[in-house]
Design a protein around this ligand. Structure first.
Ligand SMILES: [Zn+2]
Length: 410
């Protein structure tokens, strides 16, 4: 067991992550530079579990140790409460900050076949803006399910929220009657365009708090059903999904994709750069964090080509055991694709859609092909980056917007 993560180990995690082509972690250069910042002095002696922190065998042994700490739902709930507290303390979000005005703007409505897209910005902290795209059905129900779609670390000219496969997911869910919010990570999409870097010392707290405020934003719209809220994302977006689900019970359904792993903790500081997994009082991992969803419905989507390759034999059985304590084993599912690689491509979306249709009571008519049972994305429109920009330049930002890289007060 490692007690301290060295700089070399962090770099190694980033490099190993890259082996999967579309990694949860950043490049070695980006990951290795993430340790400088405001909290440097106090973080010199914490235990961080990052990247491939333990072997697959160690991970199996660790889960066995964890499983011996509870025998019934009540005991698990006590453990889950400790896990939640540790996540929030590790990120320095304990106690949770005061909810400040979102000052949300919704603009530039575009109409497509069965849905609309609008540009959104809101302040998750005073002056700290979150940028996104809001997908809504045309002629949708009066009260709509709400779905958050965080994205992963894929970059390039069409990375993050701008990725075509990300747009497909949001548009298809909207066409089935849901209000869907797709929002930038720090230093991606509009956030990057306006000067912010993902290499921000508070990146994990900023993104997690922004996800909490994203639920507030959905609820502020007035027609989103607070009993039908979901989150789904892949890779780094999968990490955001299970972290949010663990700490915010408003999430009713969770679909973390290609990320819940017993031996891999995420290679980026926004996933594992704070001591949320191991402290002197509690040791846990991302399988248990995902299990904090219990007894709410959750679907693990896993593949043979990354760190979720063992899910049917390791991670999924652990979650089933937790759900069994609530007599809700049927609410946890796994869809495993042994020949697929890391990402949220069409086969994985085809696995997610029916799960959300079932648990959010979406209307798949006109989207599902009655003959093949496949969900048809061909009616969706893939937008250009220029169309998706929330602000064309920094000059258009609201008064009081913080300068890129600012320290955020919680
Ligand atoms: Zn990150």
């Amino acid at each position: 067991m490692r007690t301290l993560l060295t700089r070399t180990a962090i770099i190694a995690c980033g490099v190993l992550s890259m082996a999967f082509g579309n990694p949860s972690g950043l490049s070695a250069q980006e990951t290795s530079s993430g340790k400088q910042g405001f909290d440097q002095a106090t973080e010199s002696d914490v235990t961080l579990c990052q990247g491939y922190w333990q072997t697959e065998r160690e991970a199996r042994e660790q889960l066995k140790r964890f499983a011996r700490t509870y025998d019934n739902a009540e005991q698990w709930q006590r453990r889950a409460d400790k896990i939640r507290t540790q996540i929030l303390r590790g990120m320095r979000l304990d106690p949770l900050p005061r909810r400040t005005p979102l000052n949300a703007t919704i603009s530039n409505k575009r109409s497509y076949e069965g849905y609309t897209v609008e540009s959104v910005a809101f302040e998750s902290r005073p002056g700290f803006l979150v940028y996104g795209s809001l997908y809504r059905p045309i002629d949708g129900p009066d009260l709509q399910a709400g779905i958050l779609c965080p994205h992963g670390h894929a970059r390039g000219p069409r990375g993050g929220r701008l990725r075509p496969d990300h747009q497909q997911r949001c548009a298809t869910l909207a066409r089935m009657g849901a209000t869907v919010l797709s929002y930038d990570m720090v230093g991606f999409g509009d956030s990057e365009f306006l000067g912010w870097s993902h290499d921000h010392p508070q990146v994990m707290a900023l993104q997690t708090w922004s996800s909490i405020r994203a639920i507030d934003f959905l609820e502020s719209l007035g027609n989103v059903d607070s009993e039908r809220l979901a989150v789904t994302g892949a890779s780094g977006g999968g990490t955001q999904s299970f972290l949010l689900t663990a700490i915010d019970e408003r999430i009713d359904v969770s679909v973390p994709v290609v990320m819940v792993s017993a031996h891999f903790f995420g290679g980026c500081d926004c996933e594992s750069g704070k001591p949320i997994h191991k402290t002197p009082s509690l040791e846990t991992n991302n399988v248990e964090i995902a299990a904090c969803c219990a007894p709410r419905p959750t679907l693990l989507v896993s593949v043979g080509g990354d760190w979720t390759k063992n899910t049917p034999d390791v991670e999924y059985p652990y979650l089933r055991k937790v759900y069994r304590l609530f007599d809700k084993e049927s609410l946890v599912e796994n869809q495993h694709f042994p020949d697929e690689d890391h990402g949220y491509e069409l086969p994985k979306r085809q696995a997610m859609y029916p799960f959300l249709v079932k648990h959010l009571k979406l209307d798949a008519k006109g989207v599902i092909d009655p003959t093949s049972g496949r969900f048809d994305e061909s009616a969706n429109t893939i937008e250009t980056i220029e169309t998706m920009r929330v602000f064309a330049s920094a000059e258009q930002l609201p008064k009081g917007a913080l300068k890129p890289g600012s320290k955020i007060t919680f």
